[in-house]
Design a protein. Structure first.
Length: 376
């Protein structure tokens, strides 16, 4: 009999946690478990309401339930979730993110159901987010099974000896996409010629992504390589700072910002190199996705990146907050087409071998069954 799981997450757009939940449904999860996704929503829900994550879950055949709220921590969410649990005879709770952890923590006491809490990493937009991050690290310790998505995150949570016994690392995996399909020609849209090198940076524009350091590195590189171009894909609070740096360093003709894109695959496809100058990462989906597209990755040694990128084999890694070192690493790849190709091929082989989404799904369901007391 397939275990019945309630997966809770607080997200509107498809970020890191949303991607791995969707991947669960597309990589064999429904064959191994009966899972329901529950998301938090503030305000009325109508036929015209746009909710990207919910729509994506339903598109892949997943069942989605709404946890309504009138304010940030409306206790109605708990009772709505309790109703879903009773009506569907849920056997295991699963949470992704601070708010979901809080609700699962309460539900564990109300229902005695086992709870697995995923740890994906943290952003650092403002004081409120820092408070949420601190609270998440405390609350997730009460989960029956704590699931960091990288070894580095397991160490950073600082769980202590007792909690570590209840911890299982399950790394993120790469979606196996058809990289040979026809993509929109983003190089042409950006005005990047066939003889120019394009660097793509993809993700949320928040402080921990370190994008300003890339802009500074780019200023050094274009002096040697005037045909070098870069595109920054994403939206967030750091956009004004990044735009100011681009203007100050007179890079407006070679660094393009295209904002949030629902489908980022064309930007991986268009790139010659993918860069991640992050200051903090959990398990980097961007690196996995870039390697699936056979793109070399130049990144900082932040968080779980060294668990994905092999320095000198699938790309290069540099120290954090060091635009000079970042420029030097990028220069190696920019200068050598054969090296770019080989690093990319190595990366694709690595991600296909070690980051298979079907294996990840099986590991998640194994933990679910262990929590149910059924290892069969």
């Amino acid at each position: 009999m397939k275990p019945r799981v309630l997966i809770m997450v607080d997200t509107y757009n498809i970020g890191g946690p949303g991607k791995v939940i969707l991947q669960f449904f597309t990589a064999g999860g429904p064959e191994l478990s009966d899972s329901i996704v529950a998301g938090f929503w503030r305000g009325p829900i109508g036929r015209d309401t746009k909710w990207q994550f919910r729509e994506a879950v339903e598109k892949v055949g997943g069942r989605f339930e709404v946890l309504p709220q009138s304010f940030a921590f409306d206790p109605r969410c708990i009772f709505s979730a309790l109703k879903i649990i009773r009506e569907n005879k849920i056997q295991v709770l699963q949470s992704h993110g601070y708010k979901a952890h809080v609700v699962c923590w309460a539900l564990r006491f109300l229902t005695s159901l086992p709870w697995m809490g995923f740890v994906h990493g943290w952003t650092s937009e403002n004081i409120k987010i820092h408070l949420y991050n601190f609270s998440e690290k405390l609350i997730v310790r009460f989960a029956n099974r704590i699931v960091p998505v990288s070894e580095e995150l397991k160490n950073r949570v600082q769980l202590g000896a007792r909690a570590l016994k209840r911890t299982t690392v399950i790394t993120n995996a790469a979606d196996f996409v058809d990289t040979t399909r026809a993509f929109p020609d983003k190089r042409a849209e950006l005005g990047v010629g066939a003889d120019q090198i394009l660097i793509s940076l993809i993700g949320r524009l928040s402080p921990e992504k370190g994008l300003v350091y890339f802009v500074e590195a780019m200023a050094l590189l274009v002096k040697k390589f005037p045909n070098l171009r870069a595109v920054i894909v994403g939206e967030g609070q750091e956009r004004p700072s990044i735009e100011a740096a681009i203007k100050r360093l007179e890079l407006g003709s070679c660094v393009f910002m295209v904002g949030y894109q629902e489908d980022v695959s064309p930007y991986y496809n268009a790139a010659d190199i993918v860069c991640m100058p992050s200051l903090s990462e959990g398990m980097p989906n961007v690196a996995l996705e870039a390697m699936m597209f056979a793109k070399p990755v130049v990144a900082s040694r932040a968080g779980g990146i060294p668990e994905v990128v092999v320095d000198g084999e699938t790309g290069y890694m540099v120290a954090l907050r060091d635009p000079v070192a970042l420029a030097q690493a990028l220069e190696k790849v920019v200068c050598d087409e054969k090296l770019r190709t080989q690093l990319g091929l190595n990366g694709k082989q690595r991600v296909e071998k070690f980051f298979d989404p079907r294996v990840r799904v099986e590991r998640i369901v194994t933990v679910v069954r262990e929590l149910m007391g059924d290892s069969t």
